[in-house]
Write a protein of this length. Structure first.
Length: 377
C-alpha cells in the first residue's frame, strides 16, 4: 500500500505516455428511452441540450441527444428497432455506459498504438465530415461490452460531431456546478482486476496509481479490491474493482449479477461547491446514500480543520477525507436506474488527490443497508 499524492505523482510520472490523452471527450449511454432520460439529466443534474441526431436528421436506426455541463458531455442513445447492437446491449445490461470517449490529438495513431499492443479493434480510424469540418474517430474494446473511442476534433467547429445538429430547448433548468469527469469506475469479475489493470498498462500506457485490498475496503459482511489506473498526465483515471470473499454478497457481486457482466459502476463528477451542488440535486429529487449521523462525531479528529460548516455537511450527508495534500468532500447517489447498477459520485477536491479511503467503511455499510432492502445482500 502506498501513501497518497506525492507518491501518486511519482507513479503517474512512470506511466508510459505513448498515448497522450487530453481528457474525457464524452460518455455515451445506451438507454431505453432517450427522450425521457434527457429530462431526468437536465432537471436533476443540470445538464443543457447541445446537439441531436435522429429521424429528423436522416438517421434511421437510433436517436441520440447530447447534453453538456462544464466539460462533461453526456450522449443518450436509444434504438429505433428491436434488432441491432443497441437493443441487445439494453436487453442484456439495462441502461448504462457503452462508450467512454477519450479526447486525443491523433485518433489514427491512438488506434495503431493500442491495437499493436493487443487491444481488440472496435472502430477503424474513420474520418467524419460536415460543413463545420472533420473529426477522426477510432475505438477499442475494453472490459465487458464497454468500449473506448478516440476522438480527434482539432479540425472541427460544430456543436458536437458530424451528423449531429445543434439543438436548443425551451426547458433549461439551471446548471448545478458540475465541472468535469474526475474518474470512472469499472466493476469486473472475480480475479479480473489484475487482468484489466495490465490491459490499461500495456495497451494504453497507464500506471497503477494506488491499490486497495480487502483489508482496506471491507465491512463485517463484504469486501472488494481495487486498483486505480491513471494515464501519464493524470487527466484520465479508471479505478478497477473486483469482488473479494466476505460473509455476504458484496456490492460488486450485486452489480455483476444485475448488469450481467463487467461494466462502468459509477461516474465521479467534480464540483467547486459541493454543498450548493448537492443541495440543488436533493431539491430536484436525486437520492443519495445515507451514512449514519455518528460518522460526523469523529470526522474532524480524523480529518482536521475544514472550511465547511460540519452541521451542514451532516445534514446533507457529505463525507470528508484528508491526505497529505489536502482534503476532499464526496457523496454518492443511489443507483439512478431500476437495476442496482450505475450511480454517480459528486466530489470536491480541496488539495487532496486521493479517493476517500477513510470513508470506505461508512460508505460500504450504507450500501449494504440498501442491499438489505433490495434483498441482495
Amino acid at each position: 500500500m502506498i501513501n497518497m499524492s506525492s507518491e501518486m505523482k511519482k507513479v503517474v510520472s512512470h506511466a508510459e505516455d505513448f498515448l497522450p490523452l487530453l481528457g474525457t471527450d464524452y460518455i455515451e449511454m445506451y438507454v431505453g428511452n432517450a427522450k425521457q432520460a434527457v429530462i431526468y439529466y437536465k432537471n436533476c443534474f443540470g445538464f443543457q441540450s447541445v446537439a441531436y441526431k435522429g429521424l429528423e436528421t436522416g438517421v434511421r436506426d437510433r436517436t441520440s441527444y447530447v447534453l453538456q455541463q462544464g466539460k462533461i458531455r453526456l450522449v443518450l442513445t436509444s434504438p429505433m428497432t428491436p434488432e441491432g447492437e443497441i437493443s441487445l446491449h439494453i436487453k442484456q445490461h439495462g441502461d448504462g455506459v457503452k462508450v467512454i470517449a477519450l479526447w486525443v490529438d491523433d485518433a489514427t495513431k491512438s488506434f495503431e498504438e493500442t491495437t499493436k499492443r493487443g487491444a481488440k479493434p472496435y472502430l477503424e480510424p474513420t474520418i467524419e465530415k460536415d460543413a463545420f469540418g472533420e473529426v477522426v474517430r477510432s475505438g477499442i474494446h475494453a472490459y465487458g461490452d464497454t468500449v473506448h473511442v478516440f476522438v480527434e476534433r482539432k479540425n472541427y467547429h460544430g456543436a458536437f460531431l458530424p451528423g449531429f445538429e445543434a439543438q436548443t430547448s425551451a426547458f433549461n433548468p439551471d446548471a448545478i456546478g458540475l465541472k468535469h469527469i474526475d474518474h470512472m469506475v469499472a466493476n469486473v469479475g472475480w480475479e479480473e482486476m489484475n487482468v484489466w489493470a495490465e490491459f490499461y498498462r500495456k495497451t494504453m500506457g497507464f500506471a497503477n496509481l494506488i491499490t486497495f485490498d480487502d483489508k482496506d475496503i471491507s465491512t463485517h459482511y463484504t469486501a472488494l479490491m481495487s486498483k486505480v489506473m491513471s494515464n501519464g498526465n493524470g487527466r484520465v483515471k479508471f479505478p478497477i474493482n473486483e469482488p473479494a470473499h466476505g460473509a455476504k454478497r458484496s456490492q460488486i457481486e450485486e452489480y455483476l449479477d444485475f448488469h450481467k457482466g463487467a461494466g462502468c459502476q459509477h461516474i465521479a463528477v467534480a464540483t467547486d461547491d459541493i454543498i450548493e451542488t448537492v443541495s440543488q440535486m436533493r431539491a430536484r429529487g436525486v437520492e443519495f446514500l445515507q451514512v449514519p449521523g455518528s460518522y460526523y462525531d469523529s470526522v474532524l479528529e480524523r480529518c482536521g480543520e475544514i472550511d465547511e460548516n460540519l452541521l451542514i455537511l451532516k445534514e446533507l450527508r457529505i463525507l470528508v477525507d484528508r491526505d497529505e495534500e489536502g482534503y476532499l468532500l464526496q457523496i454518492f447517489t443511489k443507483p439512478v436506474l431500476d437495476r442496482p447498477t450505475l450511480f454517480f459520485e459528486i466530489i470536491q477536491r480541496k488539495g487532496a488527490q486521493s479517493f476517500g479511503k477513510g470513508n470506505f467503511k461508512a460508505l460500504f455499510e450504507s450500501i449494504e443497508a440498501e442491499q438489505a432492502l433490495r434483498g441482495t445482500l
